[in-house]
Write a protein that binds this ligand. Structure first.
Ligand code: ZN
Length: 238
C-alpha cells in the first residue's frame, strides 16, 4: 500500500473512532458540565416540568438509538459524595423496563423503586417521600408497561403459590375497575385498561401521603403516570 493511501486510511479510522463513543450525544462526559449537571442546581431539577422534559428527551434518545451510557463511569466519582436525582420513578420489576436505560439517564440521575405490577407498599411510599422531600426530586413517574405479567396474572385470576396472592390482592382493584369500565372489551383492551387503572390508582395512593401531597400543592412536585411500550421503547404519558 502506498504511504499516501495508508495515511488516508489511518485518518479515516481516527475520524470514525472519534465519533464512535456513545457519549457523543450527551453532555455528561465533559468535566465542566458533569459537575453542573449532577448538582443541586442542575437546571433539569429546577421544576417538575423541566424534569419531565428531560425524561421525554432521554426517552427520545433511547428510541432513536442515540444513548449515552458510556458516561456512567465518570458519574461514579461525580456522585460519590451525594445524589441529586432529577426525578423518581416507581415502575414494574419486569426485566424489560429499567428506568435509567429507557430514559437514557446515568448514575445519580434517577431515584428508582421497582415492584411487580407497580403495586407499591408503605416502604415504597417512604422511599419516594425520601426522594422528593430529602433529595429534592421534583417529579415522580408512576410507570406501568405493556404486556405486564403481573397484570395478566391478576386478569387470569388463577391460584398462585407463595406470596403471589398478596401481590394479586394489591392489583385486583385496578382489574375490577377496568372490567366495570369496559364490560365487553377483549383481552388486550382489558389488559391495557387495567394497566392504566393500576397506574392511576397508584398515583391516588401516593397523593394520600401527607409529605407528597404537601409538595404537590406547593408546586414543588408533580406525580405523573406513564405506560412504557415493551414493543417499541416509547412512553405514553397519561
Ligand atoms: Zn410488569
Amino acid at each position: 500500500m502506498k504511504n499516501s493511501s495508508r495515511s488516508f486510511l489511518i485518518a479515516v479510522s481516527l475520524l470514525i473512532v472519534s465519533f464512535t463513543p456513545a457519549c457523543v450525544h450527551h453532555a455528561c462526559c465533559s468535566k465542566a458540565t458533569s459537575a453542573r449537571m449532577l448538582g443541586k442546581t442542575d437546571p433539569r431539577r429546577s421544576s417538575p416540568d423541566a424534569a419531565l422534559a428531560a425524561l421525554k428527551e432521554g426517552n427520545a434518545r433511547f428510541v432513536n438509538g442515540k444513548t449515552a451510557h458510556a458516561c456512567n463511569i465518570q458519574r461514579v466519582a461525580a456522585t460519590a459524595q451525594g445524589q441529586y436525582p432529577l426525578a423518581s420513578v416507581i415502575g414494574c420489576a419486569d426485566s424489560r423496563t429499567p428506568p435509567e436505560v429507557i430514559f437514557d439517564l446515568g448514575i445519580g440521575e434517577l431515584f428508582v423503586c421497582r415492584v411487580a405490577g407497580v403495586a407499591s407498599e408503605i416502604n415504597d411510599v417512604a422511599s419516594l417521600e425520601y426522594g422528593a422531600e430529602h433529595l429534592g426530586s421534583p417529579l415522580i413517574v408512576v410507570m406501568g408497561h405493556t404486556q405486564c405479567g403481573a397484570m395478566k396474572a391478576a386478569l387470569a385470576d388463577e391460584p398462585l403459590p407463595g406470596s403471589l396472592p398478596h401481590l394479586m390482592d394489591a392489583i385486583r382493584p385496578a382489574v375490577e375497575r377496568a372490567r366495570a369500565a369496559h364490560p365487553k372489551a377483549n383481552a388486550s383492551t382489558l389488559l391495557a385498561a387495567a394497566t392504566r387503572e393500576q397506574v392511576q390508582g397508584e398515583i391516588r395512593q401516593l397523593l394520600k401521603s401527607p409529605v407528597l401531597h404537601e409538595l404537590v400543592v406547593t408546586g414543588k412536585l408533580k406525580i405523573v403516570g406513564a405506560i412504557y411500550s415493551v414493543e417499541d421503547g416509547t412512553m405514553t404519558w397519561l
